[in-house]
Design a protein. Structure first.
Length: 131
C-alpha cells in the first residue's frame, strides 16, 4: 500500500506540474496574440490616419490651385513669392482641417507635424504633375 501511495503522489505531482506548465504556456501564447493584435490595430489606425491626411492634403492643394495658383499662372506672373504663399495657404488649410487629436498622433509617431505635412504636400504636388 505504501508503494502505491507513493506512486499516486508522484503521478499527481507530475500531472499538476504538467497542467501548470500548460497553463503558463497558454497564458504566454495568449499574451503574444494580444500584443500582435494591439500592434495590428495601432498600425491600421495609423494607416487610416495617414490616408485621411493624404485626402485632406489633396483637397487643400486642389483648392489652392483653383483659387490662387491657376489665376496667377493664367495671368503669366506666378512668382517664387506666389509659390511660397500658395504653399503656406495650403499648409494652413491642412492644419486647420486636422483635429488636435490627429495632430498629436502624427507628432507622437513622426516627431514633427510641420515636416510631415510639408513632405505630404510636396509629394502630392509632384505626383499630380506626373499624372
Amino acid at each position: 500500500i505504501i508503494m502505491r501511495d507513493i506512486l499516486v503522489e508522484v503521478l499527481t505531482t507530475i500531472a499538476c506540474l504538467f497542467v501548470a506548465s500548460m497553463l503558463i504556456f497558454c497564458a504566454r501564447l495568449f499574451h503574444q496574440f494580444c500584443e500582435r493584435l494591439k500592434e495590428k490595430t495601432k498600425n491600421e489606425a495609423m494607416r487610416n490616419l495617414i490616408n485621411k491626411i493624404d485626402y485632406i492634403v489633396q483637397l487643400c492643394v486642389e483648392t489652392t490651385n483653383q483659387t490662387f495658383v491657376n489665376d496667377k499662372k493664367d495671368s503669366g506672373n506666378f512668382t517664387d513669392e506666389d509659390k511660397e504663399q500658395a504653399f503656406n495657404q495650403t499648409i494652413d488649410s491642412v492644419t486647420n482641417m486636422l483635429p488636435d487629436e490627429d495632430r498629436q498622433k502624427i507628432i507622437n509617431e513622426f516627431g514633427d507635424l510641420g515636416t510631415f505635412l510639408k513632405n505630404s504636400i510636396e509629394n502630392y504636388i509632384k505626383q499630380s504633375k506626373n499624372m
